[in-house]
Structures are given as C-alpha cells and as structure tokens.
Design a binder for this molecule. Structure first.
Ligand code: PHE
Ligand code: CA
Ligand code: ZN
Ligand code: ZN
Ligand code: ZN
Length: 287
C-alpha cells in the first residue's frame, strides 16, 4: 500500500482548525463551521473525480449533513465503505475528535485517485454529521438506505480519533461488535506489523460503526484513545505518559491543532491505506 503523506493529513487538519477559528471556535452540528468543514472535504473529492453526495437531515431544530463519496468503478455488489464523523462538540474545534479520522480517510481517498486505483470492489467514503449528539448522521444514513443498497455494503471501517496526543494503538475487537469481523480486525492488526504493537478494544456502540453493525454489516475500526487513562504497561510498549488520559483534551476547547501525536496520526493513516489496498482487490499481493 502507498505511504500516506503525513504532511497532507496535517494540511487538512490545519484547514479544519482555520475553519473552526473563523466560525466561532467549533465545527459542531448546526453551526457554520460544520458546513464549512463539509464544503472543504467535498471540494477536494470533487476535484479528483469522486461522485459526491450531500444528505440532509434535521436534528434539534438544525439541519445536519452527511457527505458520501464514491470512487467510480468496482463491483458495487461488494462495496467496501470507510467513514468517520466530521462534526465537533460545541466546546472546541475537534481536531483529534474527529478531524483526524476525517482527514485520514480524505487523504486515503485522494491517494486512491492519485494512483488511479482500479479495485475489484466498489469504494465509498462517508463523513457523518451530528455524531456528538447521538450518532445521528450515521443512523440516518443507514436508515435511509434502501435494503437492496444496504446489502451491497459488505464491510464498514470506522475512524474516530486517530491522532490522540498520548496515543494507544487500538483495533476494534471483532468480539466487541454485533457484526464484528475477524477478517477486518486481522487486516487492521496486520497493518501495524513491524510498526508498533496493537491492542484490541471493545468500543461497543460508541461511534458511527454502530448503525452499520445493527444493520448486519461487518464492521471494524481504529482508535488512539479518548478519556481513559494509559496504564503503565501501555506506556511501556507505546511510550507516552502512564496515569494520563489518551486525550486530555477530549471534548474540550483545547482539542485544537496542538492536540495531536503526529507519529500516531501517520501510522494510523498509513494503516487505513493498508486496509484499503488489502481488502479492495487491487491485484498487488501483500498490499
Ligand atoms: N465516539 C466518541 C466521541 O466522538 C469517541 C470514541 C470513539 C469513543 C471510539 C470510543 C471509541 O466522542
Ligand atoms: Ca505516512
Ligand atoms: Zn468522535
Ligand atoms: Zn466526541
Ligand atoms: Zn502491506
């Protein structure tokens, strides 16, 4: 799989930070910084040949938006989907949560285009609105999908917080999900072989994969940790600070452009690409 350029991922995060700064300090549902974030991502994808779609919904009296992007071609009856939420909480710019997942999948999508990938499987990317208000956008997307369309999505990978400042390297455990997939779990674990040790984590229903899992779609994902505290054993294998949260700025104003571990962000972004190249059928054994 190609090496995802960290500098490009960071450039997207700088743009999301600027959007928040220019729009009252956040990118939250119903606020102008959300729509500006979506417009930024959409323009990048449109420019390289994605078929994008903006889906509107209403929550709490405000209009919310999901963005999906389809890479033309591939077997749509065997679609591989990747996603993450694009909204922040109201308290701050949401750079780790979840600018990182949003920027990581964006740069992987742009790399697919740059390499003019012709995968066997159809590829679709999603950026969800109003996750912070109860997984609203992703639930709406799955609920609105006609059942025939739903059954064509054979896997969904979720990326919510992949650059935590005191990072762990977590792969969603297959056993922690109603439709956890050993294949997806193992593919994501393998992406870190020779790079860094991973741990499985049972994220339960705490992010946007939940709607896909409830709909019977196999799910997996990556995570560098939120409010829980790094143990001594985890600090020994990953570095960083034991007894300190993976992300001390989780859901706070200080989740800004400084609230990142760029090594983790780079490794996680590369792992997303590894999973796409390994799963999508690109004719390069070993990915
Ligand atoms: N979904 C949580 C949030 O956005 C973060 C989270 C992701 C927690 C994955 C656990 C597992 O606040
Ligand atoms: Ca990289
Ligand atoms: Zn999140
Ligand atoms: Zn959050
Ligand atoms: Zn590989």
């Amino acid at each position: 799989a190609p090496d995802i350029p960290l500098a490009n991922v960071q450039a997207h995060l700088n743009s999301l930070q600027t959007i928040a700064t220019n729009n009252g300090g956040n990118r939250a549902h119903g606020r102008p910084g959300y729509r500006a974030s979506l417009d930024y991502i959409k323009a990048k994808l449109d420019a390289v040949g994605y078929t994008t779609s903006v889906q509107q919904f209403t929550h709490g009296g405000a209009t919310g938006y999901n963005l999906t992007a389809d890479w033309p071609g591939g077997d749509a009856n065997n679609t591989l989907m990747l996603g993450g939420h694009l909204d922040s909480v109201g308290a701050g710019p949401g750079i780790n949560d979840n600018g990182t997942g949003s920027a990581g999948i964006l740069e992987v999508a742009l790399t697919v285009a740059r390499e003019n990938l012709k995968p066997e499987r159809h590829l679709r990317f999603g950026w969800w609105g109003a996750e912070e208000l109860g997984l609203v956008g992703s639930n709406y997307y799955v609920a609105q999908l006609p059942s025939a369309e739903r059954s064509r999505i054979k896997a969904y990978l979720n990326f919510d917080m992949i650059g935590s400042p005191n990072p762990g390297y977590f792969v969603y455990s297959a056993s922690g999900q109603p439709t956890g997939s050993a294949q997806l779990q193992q593919t994501l674990q393998a992406a870190f072989n020779g790079v860094v040790a991973t741990e499985l984590t049972s994220v339960g229903g705490r992010s946007d994969h939940a709607a896909f899992a409830r709909a019977g779609i196999p799910v997996g994902g990556l995570f560098t940790g939120a409010e829980s505290v790094k143990t001594a054993a985890q600090a020994a294998k990953w570095g960083g600070s034991s007894g300190v949260a993976f992300d001390r700025c989780y859901h706070r104003a200080c989740d800004n452009i400084g609230n990142l571990n760029t090594t983790a962000l780079d490794r996680m972004s590369d792992a997303i690409a590894h999973a796409v190249w390994a799963l999508a059928g690109v004719g390069t054994p070993g990915g």
